[in-house]
Design a protein around this ligand. Structure first.
Ligand SMILES: [Cu+2]
Length: 67
């Protein structure tokens, strides 16, 4: 399933890399697309394997805020 998360605090390609890497570790995530200007993280995942809550937690652990 596809979800778009609003994430505050991402400012550059390094932030994008960090967020991507953190979510990518999760089993069941098939694609991640991040738009820094819009502060959006588009994620495509298998909801039988991973929950949106787990994805959000990973982003928050990197120090970004989900709005
Ligand atoms: Cu950065």
């Amino acid at each position: 399933m596809k979800e778009i998360l609003k994430v505050e605090g991402m400012t550059c390609s390094c932030c994008v890399g960090k967020v991507e890497k953190s979510i990518d570790q999760l089993d069941g995530v098939s694609s991640i697309k991040i738009d820094v200007d819009k502060e959006e993280v588009k994620v495509d995942f298998n909801k039988d394997k991973v929950t949106l809550g787990q994805i959000k937690k990973k982003i928050e652990e990197e120090g970004y805020k989900i709005v």
